[in-house]
Design a protein around this ligand. Sequence first.
Ligand code: UD1
Ligand code: CA
Length: 428
Amino acid sequence: MKDVTAVVLAAGEGTRMKSAKPKVLHKVGGEPMLKCMLGLLKRIGIDDYIVVVGHKAEEVERVLKNADGKVRTVRQLRLLGSADAVWQAKSLFSNFKGDVLIVYGDTPLITHSSLKKLIHSHRTKEADCTILTAVTKNPSGFGRIIRGENERIVKIVEEQEADKYEKAIGEVNVGAYSFKAKELFSALEEIKPDNAKKEYYLTGAIETLFKKKAKIESVCADDEEEALGVNSRSDLSRANAIINKRNMKKLAQKGVTIIDPATTFIYGNVEIAGDTVIYPHCVIEGTIKIGKACSIGPFARLRPGTILEDDVQVGNFVEVVRSKIASGCKIKHHSYIGDTVMGKGVNVGCGTITANYDGKNKNRTIIGEGAFIGVGTILIAPVKIGKGAIIGAGSVVTKNKDVPAGVTVAGVPAAVLKKRHKAQGVNS
Ligand code: UD1
Ligand code: CA
């Protein structure tokens, strides 16, 4: 997006989290909160952003570098408040004529639709400042939006400074603002730490701008849930629950049945096609693609890099990671399938394990179409099982001892029992 640079505040210590890890690196929906915010900015077309780091700056910068090599950071050496955090980025805005979008690294529930509305309204109304607000029944902890004559915003009052009338106001500051750059930095210059925390509050800029007769506008978030700022572990649980609920709602709209949303956890970039049924107590996390009419769980765990084609059955106590399972496969009980490529119609017996890690490397297992893996088999990777091969129950197929197509092996280590002339599909 042209003429918008975002500033993401991520320097705070997050003391209420009681954590050795910086708050913004705690995961919401399977991703560090800060990355959720950067993803959101990208989604609305903002690729120019500056992250203000401070508390455990190196740790935060490391995560940012892995996410986006080009990211610009500035350091806030003393954590003097959110206004001071923005001030650290001032030198990067000399001669900048556009808008500055300020967001916090601890508000992962803001939607792209609300942020887009904020930027759009700010531009079309040619405002000096536009604030994203939300109306909530429980405004405790938030900055309250104080309106005066003609409903114009006069100031934002933080919880600790609010009197009982202000505390009763249900319209709150979500923590996303669009400012004209010049107006922002001139207002910041005037902010004083005259509050209980002795901090330079960014929200103080609003009253300063009002007194200068600047044009202050607001946009209301689509849903009050978006306002949730993650300040404590309870907030973290709540944010995760909301993301999970949103993900399940989207999937349900696409024709996926989730039997028990209360015990299902779906996080990340998860695509599931229609008529798939998710039974209770499943965790599906990461970049995952599931085809049509699959059956997952109960008690299944699908980890990043799992691809299931159509009509796949993954049953109870099955874990799958970094694996591609072709259509019609059945892995119905107590299995671990990692770094595996499975052809169509494979039947994986109860208790089958792919031993993919040799202590140094993750190795691949390849199982050909129609193979039949007997119960309690261990496949020590790297290994290939040919099309239509049969592995007897309790076998250990050792590494690089590939089983040719159509051959039956059994034992520990697995040895050939029977050669076949032709590969055959086998049903359970
Ligand atoms: C802030 C808002 C409040 C709003 C709420 C929404 C202020 C003064 N108050 O309160 O009006 O309703 O968010 O969630 O902004 N930070 C720094 N450096 C600092 C201090 C903070 O980078 O010196 C960053 C934090 O990392 C965080 C953000 O600023 O990402 C907000 O700080 P936080 O202390 O969480 O403010 P709240 O009390 O939640
Ligand atoms: Ca906060």
